[in-house]
Structure formats: structure tokens, C-alpha cells
Design a binder for this molecule. Sequence first.
Ligand SMILES: [Zn+2]
Length: 449
Amino acid sequence: MNTRIILNVLRLRRQLRRRDRWSRRQLEAHQAHALRLLREHAYARSPFYRRFHAGLLDRPLTELPVLTKAQVMESFYELVTNPSVRLADVEAHVATLHGNERFRRRYWVASTSGSTGHRGLFLWNLVEWTTVLASYNRSFDWAGSRAGLTRRTKMAVVSSTTPWHQSARVGASVQSPWVPTLRLDSGDPVESIVERLNAWQPEVLVAYASMIRLLAEEQLAGRLHISPEFVFSASEVLTDRARRHAEAAWDKKPFDVYAATETAGIASECDLHQGMHLFEDLVITEVVDEDNRPVAPGTYGEKVLVTVLFSRTLPLIRYEMSDSVRLSAYPYCPCGRPFALIDGVQGRVEDVLHFPATSGGQVTVQPALFHRVMDTVPASGWQVVQEPNGLTVLLSGVREGFADAALADSLRREVAAQGAIVPSVKVRRVSAISRTGAGKAPLIKAGVT
Ligand SMILES: [Zn+2]
């Protein structure tokens, strides 16, 4: 089975490569055509969309209502285009997953971890799944790595090994003699991850951003000894410091990848590192404010609305994700690809913290402020947690001579400069930043309210 899928992915890769040379106009024509096919399919097969878009069937995308994860899960049975697929059966299937099994031998299923409140279940047939895999492979391809598919390449992936996460499902699908992959759980102790990476000596390293930073520190400290040709940061925010550390550690610029379970790959850096090119031929990404109005390039949006052009089993049209991203004010990259660039992902809206304002009411403080201050801290990991009585900053692996009090002062000053009543700031040293069930270590955790 895997061989067949890999051959399909290779075929699709050739097709995707041709799109790198498209003009903007060709890309837009493709989007319009693919969107029309998606909508026709949804209206023919999904009772949910017929109702949800009633009276709007021929209106432009931007006039359609926004779909939330809660709606997808509540209306799953009507939204899915195969009426025999029932949520309870899909859930039962997911609970037994441990490898590359398919639901009813036909659908690959992955679940989102529910870090934003609702757990989501998504499924893909063979054609869709091939596109999911090809979208991830595109990141390797753009970086210039022939990882795995045509040349045997040793890979190491440090992420979630929970079997129902998409990364684990993708791993199980491409596992083959061509892609010998060491999969490590980012929740494991660092010493054990370092030891196993040293033994494996990967040519390609893929990890969550927080793990890239930690591993770069380990390499610089002389405990990790690997020399990957390519380093990919998937998921979480890759801050400037993490980027610089990775470069110092391995003498390679890391490649940032933006992806989500619902969409698979959304954007990725090319080898010129001018930001991430959106995969606009696969997903239409609208960067919007809280009222779903488009946000101009150069400004962070509150969320993104994604339309997954290849989705058929569970069509996703203007599906809301709470990522705060910024379209580049300099839209094109010298590589000549027609795909728009995003030059910043500052995390999810949940990462925006609210503080009482000196003038009454509330002020919001953007994640970027904390990234900027915390990036100067010589630590292997950090997390800012907002609690009812102020901020707690967790630091791990802090180098000697660092003054916690100075950090607390500078955070108080920065937050005060936003017009907030100065919060209490506590700095706490921990042996490691604890990870979520999905193996992630968010940089900012909004308070218990
Ligand atoms: Zn480029």
C-alpha cells in the first residue's frame, strides 16, 4: 500500500512543481476553477452546505458564512459527503488506531488535539490523502531536499507520536525503506531525545519550533552531535532567536513550515527564506480581523479562513482557524513562484493576553511583544503564563549569570507601555517546560479566567 501511495505522491509532485512556474494569472484561474469544483461537489453531496449556503450558491467566496470547528463536529453527519460515514464509528476507529489503518479500508482519519477547546475529526480518501502527503513533501522540495522519495534519506521527526495526530499518520503512510525515519516524541526527556538523535545521525531534522530551539542549545552546548543537511520547523512559532540558534548550531538556515490538520501544508519557505509562500493552489487562505474582514498585508490578522480546494470527503469552505498571521508587505520573492508570502505567524488568538487598562477597560498585548523580550533570554526554553494574579515566566536551561529580576522588570515595563496596569511578574526556573498532550510547548498560555 505504501509503495502505491508514494508513487502517487511522486506523480502529484511533478504536477505541483510545474505550478512553481505559473504566472499569478494562471494561479488565479486555477483557484477559481478548483473552487467551483469544490462548491459543486459540496452542494451536490452535502446537505449541510446546501442549507448553510442557501441563497448564496452563486455568490463569491468572501460572501459565504464562516465555518467553525464546532459546527463541523455538530453537523458532521450532514456535512460529510458520504452519508454512510457516522461520527460515532469514526471516533471508535480513532480510538483503536496504532499504525496505518484506514477507516473502512478507505479513509485516513486524524484528530486535532483540542487545544482550542473542541476536538476535531477529519478524514481523507486516497486522492485527498495523496494531496496531504504531497503538500508536506512540497516543503522538502522547495528547500531543495530530495528527502526520501527519490533518494534514501535518513529523517528524524521530533513531534507527537500519538497515533491519531496527523503527523503520526503521515509518518505511517510514508514509512518505507526509502525514508528511514526515526520518530521521537517531543514529550520525552531531552537527554533521551539527544542520545537517540546522536545514534541516528539524521540528514533531515523535522521538529516543533520549541524543540528546534532546545536541540540547537544542546548542539551548541556540545551534547548533541548531528549535522543535518536540512532543518524544518513545523508547528508553533519559530522566533528570530530560535532561528539564529539553529543556524549557529548546524550552519543551516532552518525552514519554517505552516500546516494544520485540517489543511495539511498551508505555507512553506523556499530556499531564499523571504517568508513562507502560501500553497494557494491547494488552500485559499484569507487573513481576516475578528469580524472576518480582510486585513491588509503588513498587519497581523485575528484569524485565517481556509478553503481547502482538494477537500471532498469533508469539504472545508471558509473554515476558521485562530492563527494570527501577517501577509508580507513585499508580496513576491525573487524565486519567481506565484504564491503570496506570509512573513509572520505569531501564534493563535488564544496567545493574545488581556490586561486591565490604566484608563479603564482592557488592553490586549500581542504575542510578538513577548517573543521580542523573551528572545533575548539565554535559556533553552520559556513560557509566559498569565494567571489571575499576574504573569509567571517559566525558564528552563538558563545560562549562568542571568538576572531574573531584570527580565521581570523589562516585562513589566513593556506591558505597562501598552497602557496596562502593571502586572506582577514572577520568574520561575524549571527543569523543562511541560508539554501539552500533543507534545507542544506553547510560548504563551492565556490565563485562567
Ligand atoms: Zn521564494
